[in-house]
Design a protein around this ligand. Structure first.
Ligand code: ATP
Length: 241
Protein backbone atom coordinates (compact mmCIF):
# COMPACT_ATOMS: atom_id res chain seq x y z
CA UNK A 1 0.00 0.00 0.00
CA UNK A 2 1.42 3.36 -1.01
CA UNK A 3 0.31 6.75 0.22
CA UNK A 4 1.45 8.35 -3.05
CA UNK A 5 -1.59 10.13 -4.49
CA UNK A 6 -2.60 10.80 -8.05
CA UNK A 7 -2.55 14.50 -8.92
CA UNK A 8 -4.49 16.61 -11.41
CA UNK A 9 -4.17 20.18 -12.60
CA UNK A 10 -6.79 21.77 -14.80
CA UNK A 11 -7.09 25.35 -15.95
CA UNK A 12 -5.72 28.39 -17.71
CA UNK A 13 -2.81 30.62 -16.83
CA UNK A 14 -2.37 34.27 -17.73
CA UNK A 15 0.56 36.65 -17.47
CA UNK A 16 -0.40 40.32 -17.64
CA UNK A 17 -3.86 39.34 -18.94
CA UNK A 18 -2.34 37.32 -21.82
CA UNK A 19 -2.80 33.56 -21.83
CA UNK A 20 0.34 31.48 -21.40
CA UNK A 21 -1.61 28.24 -21.59
CA UNK A 22 -5.32 27.44 -21.76
CA UNK A 23 -7.32 24.28 -21.29
CA UNK A 24 -4.55 22.36 -19.56
CA UNK A 25 -5.73 19.05 -18.14
CA UNK A 26 -2.76 17.28 -16.59
CA UNK A 27 -3.02 13.95 -14.80
CA UNK A 28 -0.09 12.57 -12.85
CA UNK A 29 -1.05 9.00 -11.87
CA UNK A 30 -0.28 7.70 -8.40
CA UNK A 31 3.04 5.96 -7.92
CA UNK A 32 4.25 6.56 -11.47
CA UNK A 33 6.67 8.80 -13.38
CA UNK A 34 5.11 11.41 -15.65
CA UNK A 35 7.49 13.39 -17.84
CA UNK A 36 6.46 16.92 -18.82
CA UNK A 37 8.00 18.34 -21.99
CA UNK A 38 7.38 21.46 -24.03
CA UNK A 39 8.97 24.50 -25.56
CA UNK A 40 11.06 26.79 -23.39
CA UNK A 41 8.83 29.32 -21.65
CA UNK A 42 5.59 27.40 -22.22
CA UNK A 43 5.02 27.08 -18.46
CA UNK A 44 6.45 23.76 -17.24
CA UNK A 45 8.16 25.19 -14.14
CA UNK A 46 5.05 27.25 -13.49
CA UNK A 47 3.01 24.05 -13.37
CA UNK A 48 5.35 22.59 -10.75
CA UNK A 49 5.01 25.76 -8.68
CA UNK A 50 1.21 25.67 -9.00
CA UNK A 51 1.19 22.05 -7.79
CA UNK A 52 3.34 23.05 -4.84
CA UNK A 53 1.16 26.04 -4.01
CA UNK A 54 4.07 28.45 -4.46
CA UNK A 55 3.80 32.01 -5.77
CA UNK A 56 3.94 32.54 -9.53
CA UNK A 57 4.13 35.72 -11.55
CA UNK A 58 0.75 35.28 -13.30
CA UNK A 59 -2.86 34.35 -12.67
CA UNK A 60 -4.09 30.76 -12.54
CA UNK A 61 -7.75 30.06 -13.14
CA UNK A 62 -8.30 26.44 -12.38
CA UNK A 63 -7.82 23.73 -9.83
CA UNK A 64 -5.07 21.55 -8.47
CA UNK A 65 -6.02 18.45 -6.59
CA UNK A 66 -4.67 15.22 -5.13
CA UNK A 67 -7.06 12.29 -5.45
CA UNK A 68 -7.10 11.86 -1.68
CA UNK A 69 -8.03 15.57 -1.30
CA UNK A 70 -5.03 16.22 0.93
CA UNK A 71 -2.61 19.09 0.36
CA UNK A 72 0.18 18.41 -2.13
CA UNK A 73 2.92 20.85 -1.07
CA UNK A 74 3.68 19.42 2.39
CA UNK A 75 3.99 15.91 0.92
CA UNK A 76 6.24 16.86 -2.00
CA UNK A 77 9.97 17.04 -2.44
CA UNK A 78 10.91 19.67 -5.00
CA UNK A 79 14.08 20.02 -7.01
CA UNK A 80 14.13 23.42 -8.69
CA UNK A 81 16.11 24.25 -11.83
CA UNK A 82 18.57 26.28 -9.78
CA UNK A 83 20.20 24.10 -7.16
CA UNK A 84 19.28 26.34 -4.19
CA UNK A 85 22.30 25.11 -2.22
CA UNK A 86 23.10 27.40 0.70
CA UNK A 87 26.65 28.69 0.10
CA UNK A 88 27.58 28.89 3.78
CA UNK A 89 26.76 25.23 4.46
CA UNK A 90 28.91 22.31 3.35
CA UNK A 91 27.54 19.59 1.08
CA UNK A 92 26.48 17.26 3.92
CA UNK A 93 24.79 20.13 5.77
CA UNK A 94 22.96 21.08 2.58
CA UNK A 95 21.81 17.51 2.03
CA UNK A 96 20.21 17.38 5.51
CA UNK A 97 18.80 20.90 5.26
CA UNK A 98 15.17 19.70 5.13
CA UNK A 99 15.48 17.96 8.50
CA UNK A 100 17.23 20.99 10.01
CA UNK A 101 14.49 23.34 8.80
CA UNK A 102 11.89 21.03 10.35
CA UNK A 103 13.89 20.97 13.61
CA UNK A 104 14.38 17.21 13.27
CA UNK A 105 17.53 15.27 14.03
CA UNK A 106 19.28 14.84 10.67
CA UNK A 107 20.03 11.28 9.58
CA UNK A 108 23.73 11.77 8.82
CA UNK A 109 24.29 8.12 8.00
CA UNK A 110 21.56 8.20 5.33
CA UNK A 111 22.95 11.51 4.07
CA UNK A 112 26.42 10.02 3.67
CA UNK A 113 24.98 7.04 1.83
CA UNK A 114 23.09 9.36 -0.53
CA UNK A 115 26.19 11.54 -1.02
CA UNK A 116 28.15 8.38 -1.88
CA UNK A 117 25.46 7.28 -4.31
CA UNK A 118 25.71 10.56 -6.20
CA UNK A 119 29.50 10.12 -6.24
CA UNK A 120 30.40 13.05 -4.01
CA UNK A 121 31.83 11.43 -0.86
CA UNK A 122 35.14 13.21 -1.34
CA UNK A 123 33.28 16.55 -1.27
CA UNK A 124 30.99 15.98 1.73
CA UNK A 125 32.64 18.71 3.79
CA UNK A 126 33.21 21.14 0.91
CA UNK A 127 31.08 24.23 0.40
CA UNK A 128 29.00 24.52 -2.82
CA UNK A 129 31.44 27.11 -4.18
CA UNK A 130 34.04 24.35 -4.48
CA UNK A 131 31.79 22.18 -6.67
CA UNK A 132 31.31 22.19 -10.44
CA UNK A 133 27.85 22.79 -11.95
CA UNK A 134 27.24 19.08 -12.43
CA UNK A 135 28.44 18.31 -8.89
CA UNK A 136 26.11 20.96 -7.49
CA UNK A 137 23.23 19.40 -9.39
CA UNK A 138 24.08 15.98 -7.95
CA UNK A 139 24.23 17.54 -4.46
CA UNK A 140 20.75 19.01 -5.02
CA UNK A 141 19.56 15.61 -6.23
CA UNK A 142 20.94 13.95 -3.08
CA UNK A 143 19.09 16.51 -0.95
CA UNK A 144 15.85 15.84 -2.86
CA UNK A 145 16.20 12.06 -2.60
CA UNK A 146 16.89 12.34 1.14
CA UNK A 147 13.31 13.53 1.59
CA UNK A 148 11.24 10.39 1.74
CA UNK A 149 8.07 12.03 0.41
CA UNK A 150 5.25 10.39 -1.53
CA UNK A 151 5.44 13.07 -4.25
CA UNK A 152 8.53 14.30 -6.13
CA UNK A 153 8.45 17.31 -8.46
CA UNK A 154 11.70 17.51 -10.40
CA UNK A 155 12.62 20.42 -12.68
CA UNK A 156 15.32 19.32 -15.14
CA UNK A 157 17.25 17.47 -12.40
CA UNK A 158 19.82 15.88 -14.74
CA UNK A 159 20.34 18.74 -17.21
CA UNK A 160 23.91 19.64 -16.15
CA UNK A 161 25.27 16.09 -16.11
CA UNK A 162 27.51 14.33 -18.61
CA UNK A 163 25.83 11.45 -20.46
CA UNK A 164 27.26 8.64 -18.34
CA UNK A 165 26.60 10.33 -15.01
CA UNK A 166 23.13 11.29 -16.23
CA UNK A 167 22.24 7.65 -16.90
CA UNK A 168 23.59 6.67 -13.47
CA UNK A 169 21.59 9.41 -11.72
CA UNK A 170 18.44 8.46 -13.66
CA UNK A 171 18.88 4.87 -12.43
CA UNK A 172 19.37 6.09 -8.86
CA UNK A 173 16.34 8.37 -8.93
CA UNK A 174 14.17 5.63 -10.46
CA UNK A 175 15.24 3.26 -7.67
CA UNK A 176 14.83 5.67 -4.76
CA UNK A 177 11.54 7.13 -6.04
CA UNK A 178 9.96 3.81 -6.95
CA UNK A 179 6.27 3.87 -5.99
CA UNK A 180 6.25 7.65 -5.54
CA UNK A 181 4.21 10.01 -7.68
CA UNK A 182 6.82 11.78 -9.80
CA UNK A 183 6.46 14.70 -12.21
CA UNK A 184 9.71 15.25 -14.10
CA UNK A 185 10.20 18.33 -16.27
CA UNK A 186 12.74 17.61 -18.98
CA UNK A 187 13.82 18.81 -22.40
CA UNK A 188 15.42 15.47 -23.22
CA UNK A 189 13.31 13.02 -25.30
CA UNK A 190 15.71 10.18 -24.47
CA UNK A 191 15.32 10.81 -20.76
CA UNK A 192 11.53 10.99 -21.01
CA UNK A 193 11.34 7.78 -23.04
CA UNK A 194 13.66 5.98 -20.63
CA UNK A 195 12.00 7.09 -17.37
CA UNK A 196 8.38 7.84 -18.08
CA UNK A 197 5.32 5.72 -17.44
CA UNK A 198 3.71 8.47 -19.46
CA UNK A 199 4.70 11.61 -21.28
CA UNK A 200 2.71 14.85 -21.30
CA UNK A 201 3.48 17.54 -23.85
CA UNK A 202 2.61 21.05 -22.73
CA UNK A 203 1.60 23.54 -25.44
CA UNK A 204 -0.20 26.90 -25.18
CA UNK A 205 -3.37 25.02 -26.16
CA UNK A 206 -3.14 22.37 -23.45
CA UNK A 207 -1.62 18.97 -22.73
CA UNK A 208 -1.14 16.29 -25.34
CA UNK A 209 -0.17 12.73 -24.38
CA UNK A 210 2.67 10.95 -26.17
CA UNK A 211 2.66 7.22 -26.75
CA UNK A 212 5.44 5.21 -25.15
CA UNK A 213 6.53 1.60 -25.63
CA UNK A 214 4.33 -0.86 -23.81
CA UNK A 215 7.13 -1.75 -21.38
CA UNK A 216 7.79 -0.64 -17.83
CA UNK A 217 10.43 1.97 -17.09
CA UNK A 218 13.24 2.28 -16.51
CA UNK A 219 13.83 1.29 -20.17
CA UNK A 220 17.15 0.28 -21.57
CA UNK A 221 18.75 3.11 -23.57
CA UNK A 222 19.43 0.75 -26.49
CA UNK A 223 15.99 -0.86 -26.60
CA UNK A 224 14.83 -0.46 -30.25
CA UNK A 225 11.29 0.55 -29.28
CA UNK A 226 12.61 3.16 -26.86
CA UNK A 227 14.97 4.53 -29.49
CA UNK A 228 12.13 4.70 -31.98
CA UNK A 229 9.89 6.55 -29.51
CA UNK A 230 12.61 9.05 -28.66
CA UNK A 231 13.37 9.74 -32.33
CA UNK A 232 9.68 10.28 -33.08
CA UNK A 233 9.36 12.54 -30.04
CA UNK A 234 12.35 14.62 -31.10
CA UNK A 235 10.87 15.09 -34.58
CA UNK A 236 7.55 16.11 -33.07
CA UNK A 237 9.16 18.59 -30.67
CA UNK A 238 11.11 20.18 -33.52
CA UNK A 239 7.89 20.70 -35.46
CA UNK A 240 5.86 22.17 -32.56
CA UNK A 241 5.56 25.95 -33.11
N1 ATP B 1 9.69 35.60 -12.18
C1 ATP B 1 9.00 35.83 -13.30
N2 ATP B 1 8.50 37.05 -13.58
C2 ATP B 1 7.79 37.28 -14.70
N3 ATP B 1 7.51 36.33 -15.61
C3 ATP B 1 7.99 35.10 -15.38
C4 ATP B 1 8.75 34.78 -14.23
N4 ATP B 1 9.09 33.47 -14.29
C5 ATP B 1 8.55 33.00 -15.43
N5 ATP B 1 7.90 33.98 -16.09
C6 ATP B 1 7.16 33.84 -17.35
O1 ATP B 1 6.41 32.67 -17.27
C7 ATP B 1 6.55 31.93 -18.47
C8 ATP B 1 6.65 30.48 -18.10
O2 ATP B 1 7.87 30.27 -17.42
P1 ATP B 1 8.31 28.83 -16.98
O3 ATP B 1 9.59 29.00 -16.21
O4 ATP B 1 7.18 28.16 -16.30
O5 ATP B 1 8.57 28.12 -18.39
P2 ATP B 1 9.27 26.72 -18.72
O6 ATP B 1 8.40 26.03 -19.69
O7 ATP B 1 9.59 25.99 -17.45
O8 ATP B 1 10.60 27.22 -19.44
P3 ATP B 1 12.06 26.55 -19.57
O9 ATP B 1 11.88 25.29 -20.37
O10 ATP B 1 12.83 27.59 -20.33
O11 ATP B 1 12.57 26.31 -18.18
C9 ATP B 1 7.76 32.46 -19.20
O12 ATP B 1 7.44 32.61 -20.55
C10 ATP B 1 8.06 33.77 -18.56
O13 ATP B 1 7.70 34.79 -19.46
Amino acid sequence: MTDAPGITLQGDYLIEQKPLFTGVDLTVPAGQWTCLLGRSGVGKSTILRLLLGLDTSGQFNGQVRANDDRAIGPRASYMAQSDLLLPWLNLRENVVLGARLRHEKPDLSKADTMIARVGLSAYATKKPGALSGGMRQRAALARTLMEDRPIALLDEPFSALDAGTRADMQDLAAEVLQGKTVLLVTHDPAEACRLGHQIALLTPAGIAPWELPDTAPIRSADDPQTLQAQAALLSYLRAVP
